[in-house]
Design a protein around this ligand. Structure first.
Ligand code: ARG
Ligand code: ZN
Length: 878
């Protein structure tokens, strides 16, 4: 069934208080729910009460203490209906039985490595008990958890611990948790198991003491310290930056090894995929550390943006997710390097969201319909949603933006809100009409801004002509202009920044030009030298920019722009333009291009800035990925030609820079003690980029250096980087290193995931068989989402030449896996299906193969709703 935003109406009944008693047994758990209910004054009087359920077994049911007459109600595993509920407050008692051990969907109550845990967002609570499982029904929860003491010494729930004790003679014990903050069911959680704990006391800005703790698998406490530290920093940052204080006496984070997504913000009890908690220098890379910091922060920030203020319905998902991603981006920018973080975030946005927006799965940041809500936890809702909040902050400026957020927190605390509510706070605080801006939430697709500048030397003016169009997306053929903030500057020939003096009626606020119509021209005065425009500084809007700069202009920006993001963008533009031309030449049989002249500028750059800001230099000199190049070209994609062109440029760059790269490698000091901070991580990034490039110019030397680095490295970042470099060089050295890795880390699933991934990404024909072999490796299992992603998503998302093999075998391999996975865990299967989202952009031969694989999946009977939904959209004519 399709759910529509326009069909929203308030619930006919409310649940003020929930009392749960959950008696845990691995395959036979009893859940007793007592619900204090009443008719909703805003609902329809006398309406039947329909409670949601999903695969539930009902054991007992009473209304105000009595079993209702046979015809008065009905139930199935999918729901419980009471035809004529009392029209004054009443109490329901519902007993259900669930089987956590058999729950492979990892939604509701399940067991992960012997630990009981829950995942209720979006609609998992209905797999625990019958309920009004919708985010606008807010209740106060009291949860009694009971379990065998030896199996589950630790019992955690939402809120504060109220009572705990033993059940004498039974070997069982219990704990009662009470959460005073009303919340929707999707924020419910419990954890019961044997876990090790690290904890400390955090004193909030008003002086309250909060016990904060991270719980991990036994024996892994030494890997939990970084997450705990990141949590304390997040809590402090939210106080200092947004005035948000924590509100309970405890805050628990639990790491589990089987988890569908990254993590979950359950009130006072965040549950994490252990990949985003566990870190030690020997097992986690710098990227892992950065992800842990960001996700710990993200889930913590949800306490205000998501929990205290939640969503009225699931169409408003971006209300909490877009805002919370914006907040975690800001946090990481403050903790690390702002420009370096911005570049990384924009790379992610383009790789995931721009591709989504350009294909059959495109949807607005606030969708208007869905058949499976879990399929809308997307890059568009999260990453583009965050960009919309960032644009608001740019348009309003820091003070009005902060005032708008403060108003939002005070006005909607304790309520379920909408995007309209959110925007109204900023309109009010900023004294600004945001009706047109609101269209960003409704219109899908990535706008293209075409910019052309004309310099009139005699008049001393420069006129910028702008045009915007948004390509059609499924269900939205007509597009209207968006409000696009263009943060900009003009750079003179000498490299100095020219003052921005536009005509008085130009919509220029400081250095932000607000472009909100189809076409616009703005004239700048006192432009006495030929300017090079630097547009969309800091990536001020989620659009594509088409501007007619030549290589000399891009090089000027690269050298002289005061905006670090646009310096990086200039290098990307130089490389992408060159690569796109080279791909065309290769496909036309004209052979590969020679080394482009712009490489010459990189040598000076390395020498002058390599020491000062190694992280930035490493980013600037990282070639666009094959996915980036495919996106630039847009259609008729031949991954082999893209791979060849990229390898040619990589080699040319490396050959020119070889002496400088060797110098970076040879002069770098050994780190005495591992420091996970951004500075040290930047130094490692540049050293490892140098290694990777050396291997492109001088494969033997590169292989030797990589093999020796794997042996001598004192941290996982250097080890992993060396293994990745070596993985691209066929031969015994590679296979030996892989074997040694397996011997050393065979018992550590998260480190083995890196080993699975690196092999899945080898751009060689033999990878297909290698991946097949690895699927029967004892360390691999289809029931663990991390294993599946490490091997199969690495292959389908990061190995374009092999996933999109001309013979179609890469597609078939993934299709087989999807069919198997769909029976185990539909959410993971449907996510894997999205790897095909750009299938229509492939050259005709591969397109036919991709379609055949999709049709084979679609032909399976009994496919999950999740997979069916993705397939329907992917195969729709448009
Ligand atoms: N709210 C979580 C987060 O963004 C994501 C949970 C999504 N889970 C799901 N099954 N759809 O941190
Ligand atoms: Zn989130």
């Amino acid at each position: 069934p399709i759910v529509r935003l326009s069909d929203y109406r308030p619930s006919d009944y409310l649940i003020d208080a929930v009392s749960l008693d959950i008696s845990l047994y691995a395959d036979d758990t009893l859940v007793t729910a007592e619900l204090a209910m009443r008719p909703n004054p805003a609902g329809v009087a006398g309406a039947p009460l329909r409670l949601d359920g999903d695969e539930l077994e009902l054991r007992a049911f009473t209304v105000d203490g009595a079993t209702p007459a046979a015809g008065a109600w009905e139930s199935s595993p999918q729901g419980l209906t009471l035809h004529a509920p009392p029209q004054q407050p009443f109490r329901l008692r519902i007993v259900t039985r669930v089987n956590p051990a058999a729950n492979t969907k990892l939604m509701g109550l399940y067991r992960s490595s012997g630990v009981y845990c829950t995942q209720c967002e979006a609609e998992g609570f209905r797999r625990i008990t019958y309920f009004l499982d919708r985010p606008d029904v807010l209740s106060v929860y009291t949860t009694r958890i009971e379990a065998a003491k030896d199996e589950a010494p630790l019992l955690l729930g939402n809120g504060n611990l109220q009572e705990a004790g033993d059940l004498s003679g039974t070997g069982r014990h219990y704990a009662v948790w009470h959460d005073p903050f009303p919340k929707p069911a999707y924020l419910f959680a419990l954890v019961a198991g044997r876990l090790d704990t690290v904890s400390e006391t955090f004193t909030t800005m008003s002086g309250r003491k909060v016990e904060i703790a991270v719980h991990v698998e036994p024996g892994k406490a030494d890997r939990a310290g970084y997450a705990l530290d990141a949590l304390a920093r997040s809590m402090r940052w939210d106080e200092e930056t947004f005035g948000r204080e924590y509100d309970l006496d405890v805050f628990n984070v639990v790491a589990v090894s089987d988890f569908n997504m990254g993590a979950m913000e359950n009130k006072g009890l965040n549950i994490f995929n252990d990949k985003y908690v566990l870190a030690s220098p020997d097992t986690a890379t710098d990227a892992d550390y950065a992800n842990i910091e960001a996700i710990i922060a993200h889930e913590y920030f949800h306490n205000w943006t998501g929990n205290r203020i939640t969503c009225r319905d699931w169409f408003q998902l971006c209300l909490k997710e877009g805002l919370t991603v914006f907040r975690d981006h800001e946090f990481s920018a403050d903790q690390r390097s702002r420009p370096v973080r911005r570049i990384a975030d924009v790379r992610t946005l383009r790789a995931a969201q721009f591709v989504e927006d350009a294909g059959p799965l495109a949807h607005p940041v606030r969708p208007t319909q869905y058949s499976e809500i879990n399929n809308f936890y997307t890059a568009t809702v999260y990453e583009k949603g965050s960009e919309l909040v960032r644009m608001l902050s740019i348009l309003l400026g820091p003070e009005a933006f902060r005032a708008g957020l403060d108003l939002y927190f005070s006005r909607h605390d304790g309520h379920a809100a909408t995007i309209e509510d959110f925007l109204a706070c900023f309109a009010e605080a900023g004294g600004r009409n945001l009706d047109h801006f609101a269209q960003w939430y409704a219109q899908a697709g990535t706008p293209v801004v075409t910019a052309r500048g004309v310099w009139d030397e005699a008049a001393g003016t420069w006129t910028l002509h702008l045009k915007q169009t948004t390509p059609p997306t499924p269900g939205q053929t007509e597009k209207r202009p968006q409000v696009i903030p263009i943060q900009m500057g003009l750079i003179g020939a000498s490299g100095r920044e020219l003052p921005l003096q536009a005509d008085n009626d130009a919509p220029l606020q400081g250095d932000v030009l607000v472009f909100d119509r189809e076409e616009m021209s703005v004239t700048f005065r006192h432009v006495t030298e030929r300017p090079t425009p630097s547009l969309f500084r800091g990536f001020s809007a989620p659009v594509r920019c088409d501007i007619d700069l030549d290589d000399a202009d891009e090089l000027l920006l690269f050298r002289a722009d005061s905006d670090a993001f646009n310096r990086w963008q200039a290098v990307q533009n130089l490389m992408l333009k060159h690569l796109a031309k080279d791909v065309a030449a290769i496909r036309a049989g004209r052979g590969r291009a020679g080394a482009p002249a712009f490489i010459g500028a990189f040598g000076d750059f390395l020498a002058s800035e390599g020491k000062r800001d190694p992280a930035f230099v490493a980013q600037a000199l990282s070639l666009p990925t094959e996915g980036d190049i495919a996106r630039e070209i847009g259609s008729d994609i031949d991954p082999d030609a893209i791979h060849a062109a990229r390898q040619t440029l990589r080699q040319a760059m490396a050959t020119t820079l070889l002496p400088a790269l060797r110098a970076i490698r040879d002069e770098a000091e050994m780190e005495v003690k591992f420091d996970p901070g951004a500075q040290a991580a930047g130094r490692r990034a540049l050293r490892n980029l140098a290694l990777d490039l050396i291997a492109a110019a001088a494969p033997d030397e590169g292989a030797e250096r990589a093999a020796s680095q794997i042996r001598s490295a004192t941290n996982m970042t250097d080890r992993m980087a060396a293994l990745a470099t070596l993985s691209l060089l066929p031969g015994a050295r590679r296979e030996d290193a892989l074997t040694a890795w397996e011997r050393e880390f065979g018992g550590d699933p998260l480190v083995m995931d890196k080993w699975f991934g690196v092999q899945a990404m080898i751009p060689e024909a033999g990878t297909l068989d290698r991946v097949r072999r690895l699927m029967s490796h004892p360390g691999f299992t289809m029931t663990n989402p991390n294993r599946v992603r490490a091997l199969l998503s690495a292959f389908s998302l990061s190995n374009p030449t092999q996933f999109a093999r001309a013979d179609g075998q890469g597609f078939e391999l993934i299709a087989d896996a999807i069919l198997e996975l769909d029976r185990i865990n539909p959410q993971v299967a449907s996510r894997m299906l999205t790897a095909f989202r750009a299938w229509r952009t492939l050259e005709p031969g591969r397109r036919v193969r991709a379609l055949a694989a999709l049709q084979r999946i679609a032909a399976r009977t009994g496919l999950s709703v999740d997979a069916q939904d993705i397939l329907n959209r992917m195969l729709a004519a448009n």
